[in-house]
Design a protein around this ligand. Structure first.
Ligand code: PRP
Length: 205
């Protein structure tokens, strides 16, 4: 095995291929979930969604922006007919996060009354966003309302959420890639990576 210099972050093959010649590469401490692991899990989720909603009027609802990569892959892993719609939200900062108030920047185009709605999220953290959206959409009387999230950080939960499907349960680390951002960047990485603390600490100084 090759020796590593002390203090040099582990750079595995996938990371170096995906971001070679990009400044993003040097900001990433390590790959937490590889692109292949994600694709395998998304295929599993697609099969389970096929089984659960066979013969039903299924509407996938993605919460922008983090879910765009996940829903793009998930909808192609689902073989039954379905529609997609998008919702944009914004919190009001720290106070609103703890109060659970979420501002709707863009509502759905489609009505969900009587339909099987499946909310597609990239990550559940405190749970406030989905707690709010669950209340909002339940009031519109869908035939069913479930949640699929790629990532879950259970150690950060402040409100209970009934997750129907979870791709991966992860520790409380600053993750980016596969749709997830830091300052709107890194969403295009094909894997979930852990950001070096000095990157986000430098930003808060
Ligand atoms: C993330 C994620 C969820 C929310 C989860 O969105 O996509 O919508 O945070 O956090 P919570 O469980 O603590 O409510 P973010 O605000 O980062 O916006 P983005 O999807 O546009 O990146």
């Amino acid at each position: 095995m090759a020796e590593r210099s002390p203090g040099v972050a582990v750079v595995n093959e996938e990371k170096s291929e995906a971001c070679v010649q990009s400044s993003m590469c040097q900001d990433i401490e390590r790959v937490l979930i590889s692109a292949e692991e994600i694709q395998d899990r998304v295929r599993d989720l697609g099969r389970q969604i096929d089984e659960r909603y066979a013969g039903e009027d299924l509407l996938l609802i993605a919460v922008l922006k983090g879910s765009i990569v996940f829903i793009a892959d998930l909808m192609r892993a689902i073989s039954i007919p379905h529609e997609v719609d998008f919702l944009a939200t914004s919190s009001y900062g720290a106070f609103s996060t703890s109060s659970g108030v979420v501002r709707i920047l863009k509502d759905l185009n489609e009505p969900i009354g009587g339909r099987h709605a499946l909310l597609v999220e990239d990550i559940i953290d405190s749970g406030h966003t989905l707690a709010y959206l669950t209340r909002l959409f339940s009031a519109r009387n869908p035939a069913s309302l479930e949640i699929v999230t790629l990532l879950d950080k259970p150690s950060r939960r402040e409100v209970d959420i009934d997750l129907f499907w979870t791709g991966f349960s992860i520790p409380n680390e600053f993750v980016i890639g596969y749709g997830l951002d830091f300052n709107q960047k890194y969403r295009n990485l094909p894997y979930i990576g852990v950001l070096k603390p000095e990157v986000y600490q430098a930003d808060s100084e």
